[in-house]
Design a protein around this ligand. Structure first.
Ligand code: ZN
Length: 501
């Protein structure tokens, strides 16, 4: 006679298998699928996701959870079984109020909204996307209501990405960031264009870009036996298991930084998924602690490690072997300053690490207005442009470079954007802690040796999967709370040196 815990695990393994199957369909959609396959794929995805959802929210899951909770009473808080029951119960209590029909309808509407968004962005025609986004916003409000919230609908959505975090907390952290960032951007902008990045205004052959990116990925410790890299229009990471983690890269011949730093970014995400204990596979614990914690891993590698001087002391001579003509006569100092040029710009994904978060504040504020119906979708482009002017001092010349630039809203991902900024904060908090515990970390990075850093991240963060809430994990790793202060101090120190402030 099996225990309730064992039967619960069998059930959750099936849910997890269905979710992984949906993820494979999603990966294929972006990497391999011919454009004509999108309607059929929308149905495939909607069916598989609805099946996973209904299996998860069934009354039997709830009953098994209650019995398993009784069976695991007294186990240590961080044990696999106690953590599984605790995290799954929390998820169950939220999701069981979301009707299966709403899940299927959101999936279908979002699949079509994605199509419409792609076309609207190509044509810079917001009107084409508007009716789809209106549907997405309506359904997202229904979704938030089904999930339930106390203070505001945004709380319900934010909680999907940042468990146990409240909108008011995010707003508070963002105000602290704004107070530090806005004047810093201003003083850097006033210094003028003292950083020369003409080295990047030339063509870098695609194959050599791919090859160099692969070399760095291998050095980081990305496991190609349990992962692969492909090309796609929008770079992303998806893991079906710790043993099968996929990343994608976009290569632009006249925009060298995009592929390299994108590859390192996704590599950071992938190390997180590959670093989770295999015992957590096929359970809800095979996941990041939060999207913000996941993003902290990608940003740690992309910005703190790979936009650092130590890193390029080692890699610039190697990069020169791949691009001898492009990098002839470019010294370390010039290159380092060029990859760290700060400039208020239109596109979030290409923003430097100082101005990046300003793009997030704008989206966070607009999303709340949309969800509380204080802003109509029709008025979104004007509201977007006004905030761009307010935060960054630039106005998009068209909607493709403005309100249509991100895919998230087409996917129904309202509430997601704050995770990017929180990830930036956490990347510095985690790296500072690693630096305290690994005495010669900068020297290791300067030799292109990342084993100790990767091992530290694995042991302290990756291995746990979703056992802990982000607040619990930050407490365990750093002994404190999430804070904007270390991030702001990091930026001030780095950019004071680069810009001679
Ligand atoms: Zn990311």
């Amino acid at each position: 006679m099996s225990t309730s815990l064992e039967r619960l695990k069998e059930r959750l393994a099936q849910v997890s298998d269905l979710s992984a199957a949906a993820a494979v369909l999603g990966w294929d959609q972006q990497v391999n699928m011919p454009p004509g396959g999108s309607d059929a794929r929308a149905h495939h995805l909607a069916t598989v996701e609805a099946l996973a959802h209904s299996l998860f929210i069934a009354g039997e899951t709830g009953q098994l959870l209650e019995e398993a909770a009784a069976e695991t009473t007294g186990l240590p808080y961080d044990s696999d079984d106690a953590s599984l029951v605790r995290a799954t119960r929390r998820e169950y209590e939220k999701l069981r109020h979301v009707p299966e029909s709403l899940v299927a309808e959101r999936t279908r509407v979002c699949a079509r909204a994605f199509e419409a968004w792609e076309q609207a962005r190509t044509e810079s025609n917001f009107a084409h996307f508007q009716p789809h986004l209106e549907r997405v916003v309506d359904l997202t409000i229904q979704y938030a209501q089904a999930l339930g919230y106390e203070d505001c609908p945004y709380d319900a959505l934010l909680d999907r990405y940042e468990p146990e975090m409240k909108t008011a907390q995010v707003a508070e952290v963002f105000e602290e960031m704004k107070a530090g960032l806005v004047p810093l951007v201003q003083v850097i902008t006033e210094r003028g264009k003292s950083v020369d990045d003409t080295v990047f205004h030339q063509e870098y052959p695609e194959q050599a870009q791919w090859d160099f990116g692969t070399l760095v990925l291998r050095d980081m410790g990305f496991d190609f036996k349990h992962g692969r890299q492909d090309r796609s229009a929008h770079p992303f990471t998806t893991g079906f298991s710790p043993r099968d983690v996929r990343i994608t890269t976009r290569i632009l011949p006249d925009h060298f930084q995009s592929a390299l730093f994108g590859t390192i970014h996704e590599g950071g995400h992938a190390l997180y998924d590959q670093g989770m204990r295999v015992e957590l596979d096929r359970t809800p614990l095979f996941d990041g602690a939060s999207y913000g914690v996941h993003e902290s891993q990608s940003r740690l590698w992309e910005n703190i490690v790979a936009r650092g001087r130590d890193f390029w002391g080692h890699y610039l001579p190697r990069l020169r072997e791949f691009f001898p003509r492009q990098l002839a006569g470019v010294d370390l100092d010039t290159f380092y300053r060029a990859i760290n040029k700060v400039e208020p710009s239109l596109i979030r994904t290409e923003a430097d690490e100082v101005t990046y978060n300003l793009h997030i504040f704008l989206r966070f504020e607009l999303e709340q207005e949309l969800l509380e119906r204080r802003l109509a979708v029709a008025d979104l482009p004007q509201a977007w442009n006004a905030k761009m002017e307010q935060y960054l001092g630039v106005t998009p010349p068209d909607d493709a470079q403005g309100v249509l630039q991100d895919v998230h809203w087409a996917h129904g991902g309202l509430g997601y954007f704050p995770s990017y900024a929180l990830g930036n904060l956490l990347s510095v908090q985690f790296y500072n802690q690693a630096r305290e515990e690994i005495r010669d970390l900068p020297e290791q990075v300067a030799r292109g040796q990342f084993g100790a850093l990767r091992g530290w991240l694995r042991e302290n963060i990756h291995t746990h999967g979703k056992k802990f809430t982000p607040a619990e994990l930050v407490q365990r790793v750093t002994g404190g709370e999430m804070s904007a202060a270390p991030f702001l101090a990091y930026l001030r120190e780095k950019y004071s040196e680069i810009y001679g402030l």
